[in-house]
Design a protein around this ligand. Structure first.
Ligand code: AKB
Length: 313
């Protein structure tokens, strides 16, 4: 049975990942850590951890007897553009600390990369697994450097590092904060609360997306995959769908016919979105560890609206 330490456990992915891991491996085998105290009670063990504090990270992992670290703490793309130096220090400092802890304690390692690791010179359609990566955002620079660093720790020290390039992730449990794809989460909240939404991303801007249950399953499947079959290890392209704001609005209108969509484009987040692919090719993940997503846009919309109606009413 794995013993897993998770950083950024109160974030958008972390808060659902914890429940998934507890279900798979047992509540007491998952140590949640985050820079802030939880506002509501968290199931299972929890410790406050600033990921830039490498010694505390090491001590917590050692005391818990962790054999796996899932490093989720990071600043997302739009926030990283507001505070680039802080983003560099947090995203790279936290990552190198987590990799060092994995090396010192001989742990398996997971961290997510992102479609943000691609840039304007990357092929936009069916973006290959191995391609040009010259991102123009601080977040993208962090993600490319992070992918390389994870490969380095595997090749140089034999640390069992694994990772995926996540697209925008959509969920009803915890809201994302400071991402470019966040509009695709906000829209469902506003659809239920107000019956209308003003998108900060322009009509016609395609980005890859995935529903959270598929993202969590992808993490578990990759971590359980036979190492001998992994040619890429880190930064596998994964995606479930690609849509533009008009298409998600149309999907919502199938359930809420009066739903109204307007646009007030934020130039910073739009520029980030324009620098990313329209749709990436996940075939390496499919071939090497059987990646599969269950939810398409309409299936996700139906579930999001049903779950949010329950949560908000
Ligand atoms: C963001 O928008 O910054 C993230 C991502 C795609 O990595 N959701």
């Amino acid at each position: 049975m794995k013993k897993i330490m998770v950083t950024g456990a109160l974030g958008q992915i972390g808060s659902e990942l914890i429940a998934k891991l507890q279900k798979e491996y047992g509540e007491n085998n998952v140590l949640s850590t985050d820079i802030r105290e939880p506002q509501t009670a968290v199931e299972g063990p929890f410790s406050v951890l600033d990921v830039t504090d490498g010694k505390k990270m090491h001590d917590l992992a050692k005391d818990f007897g962790a054999d796996t670290i899932m490093h989720m703490a990071a600043l997302l793309s739009a926030k990283a553009e507001e505070q680039p130096l802080f983003a560099w220090n947090l995203n790279m400092g936290g990552l190198v600390n987590a990799l060092e802890v994995a090396r010192e304690l001989d742990m398996q390692f997971f961290t997510p990369s992102s479609i943000g690791a691609f840039g304007p010179s990357t092929p936009k359609m069916n973006t290959p697994q191995d391609t040009l990566q010259r991102p123009t955002t601080m977040y993208g620079v962090n993600k490319v450097a992070g992918e390389l660093l994870c490969d380095y720790y595997y090749n140089r020290f034999g640390v069992d590092t694994r990772g995926v390039r996540f697209p925008g992730l959509i969920s009803y449990v915890a809201q994302p904060g400071g991402g470019t794809t966040d509009y695709a989460v906000d829209i469902y909240y506003k659809a239920i609360e107000e019956g209308k939404y003003t998108s900060f991303i322009a009509e016609g801007t395609h980005m890859d997306m995935m529903y959270m249950p598929d993202a969590l399953q992808a993490i578990v499947d990759l971590m359980e995959a036979d190492a001998a079959k992994l040619m890429h290890r880190n930064a596998f392209n994964v995606t479930a769908m690609s849509f533009e704001p008009g298409e998600i609005a149309a999907s919502i209108q199938k359930h809420i016919p009066d739903f109204k969509m307007a646009y007030d484009v934020d130039p910073i987040r739009q520029a980030i979105a324009d620098s990313w692919p329209d749709n990436i090719d996940p075939s390496a993940a499919v071939a090497e560890w059987g990646f599969k997503a269950k939810y398409d846009l309409d299936a996700m919309t139906a579930d999001m609206l049903e779950q949010l109606k329950r949560k908000l009413n």
